[in-house]
Design a protein around this ligand. Structure first.
Ligand code: GTP
Ligand code: MN
Ligand code: MN
Length: 591
């Protein structure tokens, strides 16, 4: 499939290491994928679901000890420990290669090595990048061919270039004690052993598109971020794009696919999805920042997804989708997960494979689907997929939005005072523990730019890169905002209705970008005047709105103390600009 010497040499080297029975190159053809699906069903690796109700859909379950990303076994193997920084686990690359090669050696014996050439981003786009993943798992091949663009066309675009990322995945015996997910940013290399769970083995996603790419982006002057990308179309037919970074489980997929409230729909507002998890962004010819979604599918959490919470996501899973660790309905060979609907199957198979009576099993306090069970669905299925999804130039970004789960303190929305102040706001992103979770209540777990588990280098240098991107973009830089859908009342109930009604907040954000609406200056930035958030058609009082827009300087003084403590981690790698922003905040809240 290729004459690229660097690829052929590396495959030879890996072949000698893992010792496969045969090598199969994934060419991207439907015939080849269909043959693999058939093989996986014959071996029991996958189950073909009801093809009338779920055409092209398959079911897979992983080992019960292999159901999530493993952050403490995820290593950044830079030559200098300092370059991995205080927020990553580090291992010396020579020691890491030795450890991993010892585990991988001979592990493909009796098995097939699949070679997956893939593109992150539209094939041939100037914003796209190429990787090659070697795996001994058909499940990985089939998932990668949904999540990325794979096959011959990718090799054709790469030609002789050495600008590609090496990825070796060895399923081994799925031993959690020998499970390692290692990134070698200086070598453009990823090695993942002893796992078969998506986030650990679909190497294009978090490993490449965030950990390796964030490092490449710093060196090459672009940005790789844990952000959704969406377009808001107004009644005049103009579409403006925003990117938003929220930590995992804080609603990126929901926001990216939201359904506008009835009143907005009637007026002609539409929301278009470009991406729900990762954005790669680069300065375009006109000086503005442009974003692509490097992925080609959605790897979403199934539980909680239903026709009410996220109809576009649910519809996206109705064909050509792989379901992992959800429950099965044995009567009609379909899938089920918590809160899909109110009717758990009576004749059910729970996620580990035991046959149970669904309603009774749940009544005993069990879950039918694993809480982190997933769907791998093609973006092409998404009813609100943006027409710009395949645009190789990406979409121009008007606003960048940060957010997390903050029951208190942080208002519904505010705008940063400047780019650097926006970088400061991103750097203090986090979620607060509530009484619902174990551990201390009211502790903010900081997750800067939602990148804590995904930044492939020193977070202090990453902050500096953000500051520098602001200098490069100048007055064409997107405006930076912060949102918080998660303020709660005394009873712990969410105050803001959220979901589709978040469009009311996006509307204000976009008006701010166009200078169409005023704002109130506070100690933390610019907050909407209550009358500027459209509450039409919503049973929500202006008084309540005011309560979640209010900025309490005493609370923010406490927040600043928390940030000061958090910043100590970064030592002298903390950019002076962020130190200055913190001092500015302190002096304003204490004034
Ligand atoms: P990753 O894909 O893991 O990076 O996470 P994500 O950011 O896409 O989060 P995900 O969509 O999995 O998280 C959804 C959770 O947030 C669900 O529990 C939703 O109910 C909740 N959620 C999403 N949007 C809102 C909102 O506007 N208000 C409230 N209260 N909850 C929301
Ligand atoms: Mn998501
Ligand atoms: Mn994510």
């Amino acid at each position: 499939m290729t004459n690229n010497k660097t690829i052929l040499a590396w495959i030879d080297e890996m072949k000698a290491l893992v010792n496969p029975d045969q090598i199969v190159w994934i060419d991207g053809s439907e015939e080849q994928l269909e043959a693999l699906r058939k093989e996986a069903c014959e071996s029991g690796e996958m189950i073909k679901l009801n093809q009338e109700k779920l055409p092209g859909c398959y079911y897979h379950r992983t080992a019960p000890n292999d159901v999530a990303r493993v952050e403490d076994r995820t290593l950044i193997c830079s030559r200098k420990e300092e370059d991995a920084g205080p927020t990553n686990h580090w291992k010396d690359p020579q020691e890491a290669y030795k450890m991993l090669y010892d585990i991988a050696r001979g592990s493909y014996k009796g098995r097939t090595m699949y070679v997956i050439p893939y593109s992150m981003g539209p094939v041939g786009s100037p914003l796209a990048k190429i990787g090659v993943e070697l795996t001994d798992s058909i499940y990985v091949v089939l998932n990668m061919s949904i999540m990325t663009r794979v096959g011959q066309k990718v090799m054709d675009v790469l030609g002789d270039s050495n600008d590609w990322v090496r990825g070796l995945h060895c399923k081994c015996d799925v031993d959690p004690e020998k499970r390692w997910i290692c990134q070698f940013p200086e070598d453009n290399t990823i090695i993942s052993v002893n796992s078969a769970y998506g986030g650990n083995v679909l190497l294009g996603k978090k490993c490449f598109a965030l950990r390796i790419a964030s490092y490449q982006a710093k060196n090459e002057g672009w940005m790789a971020e844990h952000m959704l990308i969406l377009g808001v179309e107004n009644p005049k037919g103009e579409v403006k794009y925003v990117c938003a970074a929220f930590p995992s489980a804080c609603g990126k997929t929901n926001l990216a696919m939201m359904i506008p409230p009835e009143g907005y729909k009637a007026k002609g507002y539409k929301v278009w999805t470009v991406g729900d998890d990762i954005a790669w962004m680069r300065k375009g010819e006109d000086g503005r920042l442009y974003a692509i979604n490097p992925e080609n599918g959605f790897f979403g959490v199934a539980p909680g997804t239903n026709m009410k919470s996220n109809p576009n996501a649910l519809i996206s899973t109705q064909k050509g989708t792989i379901f992992t660790n959800v429950a099965r309905n044995l009567d009609d060979n379909t899938v089920w997960w918590e809160s899909l609907d109110k009717n758990p199957p009576v004749n059910a198979e729970e996620w580990k494979g035991a046959k149970v009576n669904g309603p009774e099993y749940i009544a005993e306090g069990n879950k039918l689907a694993h809480p982190n069970s997933r769907f791998t669905a093609p973006t092409a299925n998404c009813p609100c997929l943006s027409s710009e999804f395949e645009n190789p130039k990406g979409v121009p970004v008007s606003a960048i939005i940060f957010g997390g789960r903050r029951p208190d303190t942080v208002p519904l929305v505010y705008q940063s005072r400047s780019w650097n102040n926006g970088v400061f706001i991103g750097s203090i992103t986090g979620s607060e523990t509530t009484a619902a979770a174990a551990g201390a209540v009211g502790v903010v777990r900081r997750d800067p730019m939602a990148m804590l588990p995904f930044c492939g280098y020193h977070m202090g240098d990453y902050f500096k890169h953000w500051i520098e991107m602001g200098e490069v973009l100048g007055d064409k830089a997107p405006k930076i905002f912060n949102v918080n859908w998660f303020r709660v009342d005394e009873d712990g109930h969410f105050i803001w209705p959220g979901f589709g009604d978040n469009l009311r907040v996006l509307e204000w954000i976009l008006k701010r970008c166009d200078g169409e609406v005023d704002a109130v200056e506070t100690a933390i930035g610019y907050v909407p005047k209550a009358e500027d958030i459209n509450l039409e058609g919503l049973d929500f009082s202006v008084e309540t709105l005011k309560s979640i827009l209010a900025v309490d300087n005493a609370k923010w003084a406490k927040e600043a103390t928390g940030v000061e403590e958090f910043y100590k981690k970064f030592g002298d790698k903390l950019p002076a600009e962020l130190r200055a922003e913190l001092e500015g905040l302190k002096s304003r809240v204490n004034a």
